[in-house]
Design a protein around this ligand. Structure first.
Ligand code: TXA
Ligand code: MG
Length: 344
């Protein structure tokens, strides 16, 4: 398949109309969102869903999120409830996905066989314009090959998806850089399944009883069935092994300097740590420790880029679990397959 890669803004109505036509005819279009890039197909078309799974190399029991242009459109595709509207009023359009009971118009191939469906209304102007132009909801997982970190720029999309999709819309780099927060709300109770740009505290301000699914922080056993099927898969992982470091800052720096002398190590370090480490060409500054949003914005970009060094190991800090830190923690413990080294 030939893939057209084209730069776009929400004002490029001709390009968006062509992309919408591809989607309406059952094709696949990668598009930018404020979280990560999405690999889109018509969410009401069972065949389009099958093509998405094939393009990603994704197990077909791992359900897709459907993207809508207006939070109220959820009613056409799912049974909404009070909790949905509370979340929608507070956080949509934006980086949140809500799980509701599915209406039959959404095929089971989209929901991985589940009777629930994940609904998201993105705030990115290109995503919004594309959904409107298409006139149907767009089913879209992150636009990476299954298991790799989600792409946050068109170059990383192209690395995985050239020849596998009809079109890639390049809308620049994704602002947030981590996938949306997922909240299960189909039974009227709020449970956080995947942390993201909408933080646990933000959710709690709207639904004080929100709980956190165990899989957010812990490792799920092989035979367990997590609330979100995606949590059981290896994820976000570069080919190089990732090791997370916890402990006192000066001790971590001493450990890293010793490791630099022994091994080829890529270090996702804080900007302020750069002068205290050896400049081996493998230091990847991820932002200041005081600005975890910057760390979120850069994490997947750097994890994907880190592989090109063919290093022995990638070291990163174990994030704090508050604010956006919980989302960083969730992605990094999975990128590292829960490999945490305590330095004391
Ligand atoms: O920010 C995002 O959410 C991006 C952009 C493109 O919108 N999309 C994204 O999709 O991250 P994906 O497929 O990579 O991750 C969706 C996650 C999966 O872990 C899946 O298991 C879970 O959502 N999910 C989808 N439908 C579900 C459902 N009905 N019940 C429970 N979990 C569901
Ligand atoms: Mg994904």
């Amino acid at each position: 398949m030939e893939t057209e890669l084209i730069k776009v803004t929400e004002k490029d109505t001709d390009t968006l109309a062509r992309a919408a036509a591809i989607l309406r005819h059952g094709g696949l279009v990668v598009f930018p969102t404020e979280t990560v890039y999405g690999l889109g197909g018509d969410a009401t078309d069972a065949d389009a869903a099958r093509k998405i799974y094939a393009a990603k190399g994704r197990p077909s029991d791992n359900p897709l999120i459907i993207h809508i242009a207006d939070p109220r459109d959820a009613e056409k595709y799912a049974y909404t409830n009070d909790l949905y509207y509370k979340l929608a009023d507070a956080f949509m359009p934006g980086p949140i996905t809500v799980i509701l009971k599915r209406k039959p118009i959404i095929p089971l191939s989209v929901t991985g066989g589940l009777e629930t469906v994940a609904v998201r209304c993105p705030s990115h102007p290109v995503a919004h314009a594309l959904i409107e132009a298409t006139g149907v909801p767009i089913a879209a997982p992150s636009a990476n090959l299954s298991g790799k970190p989600s792409p946050t720029c068109a170059r990383h999309v192209a690395d995985d998806m050239m020849g596998r999709v009809d079109m890639i819309l390049d809308g620049g780099s994704s602002e947030i850089g981590l996938e949306s927060t997922i909240v299960k709300a189909d039974d009227g109770n709020a449970a956080l399944l995947r942390p993201g740009g909408i933080t646990f505290d933000m959710l709690r301000s709207v639904c004080p009883d929100v709980t956190v699914a165990r899989a957010v922080k812990e490792q799920i056993g092989k035979d367990e069935h997590p609330l979100s099927p995606g949590m059981k898969y290896k994820h976000y992982a570069p080919a190089t092994p990732v090791v997370l470091l916890s402990g006192e800052e000066q001790k971590i720096l001493a450990f890293l300097r010793a490791e630099q002398a022994k091994k080829k190590c890529v270090i996702l370090c804080y900007d302020e740590e750069v002068p205290q480490l050896t400049d081996t060409g493998l230091l990847l500054p991820i932002g200041s420790s005081a600005h975890p949003e910057t760390e979120a914005h850069r994490l997947f970009y750097l994890l994907r880029d880190a592989d090109r060094f063919h290093a022995d190991v990638i070291y990163a800090h174990l994030p704090e679990e508050d604010g956006i830190g919980l989302a960083l923690y969730n992605r990094l413990i999975r990128a590292s397959a829960h490999t945490i080294k305590k330095i004391d």
